[in-house]
Design a protein around this ligand. Structure first.
Ligand SMILES: Nc1ncnc2c1ncn2[C@@H]1O[C@H](COP(=O)(O)OP(=O)(O)OP(=O)(O)O)[C@@H](O)[C@H]1O
Ligand SMILES: [Mg+2]
Length: 248
């Protein structure tokens, strides 16, 4: 298996807090990697370090055999790394269409190509019928989908998703998972942070678990959900419920 991303011995402190403690993660080309862990365990910080929003105190980020540690976010994005944000920031007074088009334009050879890409992505995300609605008038699920549309319109190779299922009902989760599956099947490598345990266990090929900035477990979902270390660290209601409803 070819490695697309290597996080090597990365440490990041905020004052007295160690957000990431000597974290090493290999991500394989075209895999779907789930990332779980309690609140404050370093998941978003890991994404911030990979995408250049935060410089690690120690360690390296290697993407497609290139050292990208400390590169500015826009340069990393240009190499094909896209992300969504846990806190969404659409341009509230622009339409759904224009919100995506402004991301498509710099990533296309001309306006026609940008319009084509925008239409394709909005259709894939089931937002085409909502294209003229202002971003501020979307519901929470549609806003998450818009965030996802902006992330994928530039055809990324590596896509980092930070809690894109937040605010979804169970039926909406299944719909968004089906969309993510399509994106994955088109050849995109996906890293997904998520608290919805049922979803992460269903869609991930491999899962890593963070706790207090340390990777405490790594492996296929079936193994992770039975790991006593994970159960202890993640004794949140979500995980307990997941285990109860998946007893055989
Ligand atoms: N910019 C920052 N300044 C100061 N402390 C920070 C900053 N970003 C993160 N932290 C701290 O680092 C730790 C890890 O935070 P992080 O946001 O990575 O957690 P997380 O796993 O994404 O949590 P959640 O599930 O709540 O989103 C926390 O203790 C957090 O308070
Ligand atoms: Mg987070």
């Amino acid at each position: 298996m070819k490695t697309i991303l290597k996080v090597e011995n990365v440490t990041k402190r905020f004052g007295g807090v160690i957000a990431l403690n000597n974290v090493s993660v290999d991500v394989y080309e075209k895999e779907f990697l789930g990332i779980i862990g309690p609140n404050g365990s370093g998941k978003t910080t890991l994404f911030n370090v990979i995408t250049g929003f935060i410089k690690p105190d120690k360690g390296r980020i290697i993407y497609m055999d290139k050292d990208i540690t400390g590169m500015p976010p826009y340069k990393i994005a240009r190499l094909g790394v896209a992300r969504t944000f846990q806190i969404m920031k659409p341009l509230e007074n622009l339409s759904v269409y224009d919100n995506v088009l402004i991301y498509a334009l710099p990533r296309s050879k001309d306006v026609d190509e940008a319009r084509d890409k925008t239409e394709k992505v909005l259709s894939l995300l089931d937002l085409w019928s909502r294209r003229d609605v202002l971003a501020k008038d979307l519901n929470a699920v549609e806003k998450r989908r818009l965030e996802l549309a902006r992330a994928i319109v530039g055809d990324p190779k590596l896509l980092l998703l930070d809690e894109v299922l937040a605010g979804h009902s169970p039926a909406e989760i299944d719909k968004t998972l089906a969309i993510l599956k399509k994106i994955h099947e088109s050849g995109v490598t996906i890293m997904m942070i998520e608290h919805v345990m049922r979803a992460i266990m269903k869609i991930s090929e491999r899962v890593i678990v963070l706790n207090y900035g340390n990777v405490i477990a790594e492996g296929p979902p079936e193994k992770i959900s039975k790991d006593p270390k994970v159960i202890e660290a993640y004794l949140g209601e979500g995980f307990k419920k997941y285990l109860e409803t998946n007893k055989t």
